[in-house]
Design a binder for this molecule. Structure first.
Ligand code: ZN
Length: 419
């Protein structure tokens, strides 16, 4: 047996393998170097939902340093170079028209308490400037996004109150229609269209968000709602956790025509890592996620792409992106694919800061405008769980009785006059 060629081949493979390893590790080193000054600001993390589900929001029962059955804990955030995080104040659609507002307030409260309980790690902030300040102080800038318009129960007053509590984006729907906006399941045929995008009241919600300085989030909405919001909004919008439809034809993802409008309007699509939205199957890996970054960059430009991992909100995550410690591995892969430092810094941090700053500036420009006051039509929210205080309702049964009585009186009058 001639062992000369197999030995040579083995030697060649060893050299190639070593070189590959060296390239991979140097890309990772470069990723960590870039993320030293540009840690990731992620658009969507559902740790607050985990705190509710596992501990009924009792922070005394949990240690975020050692919690290990979630995608997120403090050591993993540090390892992942997470500099900013929008924590989702999410409550399920079944709360709609019931206790959605109360439960959303509780999720906002648990984020505030998380910042108080771990002041060395988290700093709750609500401006673009303070995100940068927190990052310089090596803390995780912590912001709140309300995931689903059902959380405001169709109330402009609740929307404004959420803003005062620090909420800086609202996803217009979760996976259900609100009385004023259609959700993505309309596009799958599972839900009937209700407003054909945004109703007039829904458009007023967008304008009020613009006036307040709250980012409009279009993850989870129907394609028509996306287009309506992009047309109405005076400020750039975000998709806090959505990927590219062309690579995985899920209605949760963003189609090319919308990506082009996002580019034109200088918005931001923060890539979702959930396997089912990355490959449209239960299996996915880090490279599949990098494909979405490449794709969105090619269509909308590097100024319109970001990270929206959806950690702790999904049952499956890709191989290689198992938890929040893995962002640098994804950045290393993007380096391998030729992304420049400027492009990476934009996707990691600068795009979000730019959009948020523009949203703040739009709010300033609208500061002479009065708050929107016209409430939603009562018929849109009428249910056993809603009272009608303030609405001038016509009691149709009382009106009918009055009408009949008037008729009778007239008949009596005619009879008296002519007999
Ligand atoms: Zn979501």
């Amino acid at each position: 047996m001639n062992t000369k060629y197999p030995m040579a081949l083995l030697g060649l493979l060893t050299i190639l393998g070593c070189e590959l390893l060296t390239v991979v590790s140097s890309n990772k080193t470069e990723a960590l170097r870039i993320m030293e000054n540009a840690p990731v600001i992620d658009g969507h993390n559902d740790l607050p939902w985990q705190l509710l589900s596992k501990f009924n929001n009792q922070l005394n029962e949990v240690n975020l340093h050692t919690l290990n059955d979630t995608h997120t804990n403090i050591p993993k955030l540090r390892e992942g170079r997470v500099g900013g995080q929008f924590w989702a104040a999410y409550v399920p659609c079944e709360t709609q028209g019931k206790d959605a507002v109360k439960r959303t307030l509780e999720q906002i409260d648990v984020v505030h308490r998380m910042c108080e309980a771990y002041p060395d790690t988290f700093l709750c902030v609500d401006t673009a400037q303070d995100i940068a300040t927190a990052i310089r102080a090596k803390r995780v800038a912590s912001l709140i996004g309300v995931e689903g318009g059902h959380s405001i129960d169709s109330s402009l007053g609740v929307l404004r109150t959420f803003y005062h509590l620090g909420v800086r984006y609202m996803t217009l729907t979760h996976s259900c229609n609100t009385p004023w906006a259609d959700n993505w399941l309309v596009d799958t045929g599972s839900d009937p269209a209700k407003s054909n995008g945004l109703s007039e009241f829904g458009k007023n919600i967008i304008l009020e968000m613009n006036r307040l300085g709250m980012m409009v989030d279009l993850a989870h909405v129907s394609a028509k709602t996306m287009k309506d919001a992009l047309e109405v909004s005076k400020a750039p919008v975000i998709f806090s956790h959505s990927s590219a439809y062309k690579l995985c034809a899920s209605a949760r993802n963003v189609q090319d025509d919308v990506l082009r409008i996002v580019k034109e309007k200088k918005g931001l699509v923060m890539v979702n890592f959930y396997n089912d939205y990355v490959t449209c199957s239960s299996k996915a890996n880090l490279s599949n996620v990098a494909d979405h970054f490449d794709y969105i960059k090619n269509i909308a430009g590097y100024e319109s792409v970001g990270f929206g991992g959806d950690y702790d909100g999904v049952p499956r995550v890709p191989e290689g992106l198992e938890d929040v410690s893995k962002y640098p591995d994804l950045v290393a892969e993007l380096i391998r694919r030729g992304w420049t430092q400027v492009e990476l810094e934009a996707a990691l941090k600068d795009n979000l800061l730019r959009v948020f700053t523009e949203v703040e500036q739009t709010s300033l420009q609208m500061s002479s405008e009065k708050p929107k006051e016209v409430p939603i039509n009562y018929q849109e929210i009428k249910s056993d769980c809603h009272t009608s205080y303030g609405y001038k309702l016509v009691d149709t049964s009382a009106a009918a009785h009055l009408h009949a009585a008037k008729g009778l009186l007239l008949m009596c009058l005619v009879y008296t006059l002519f007999h």
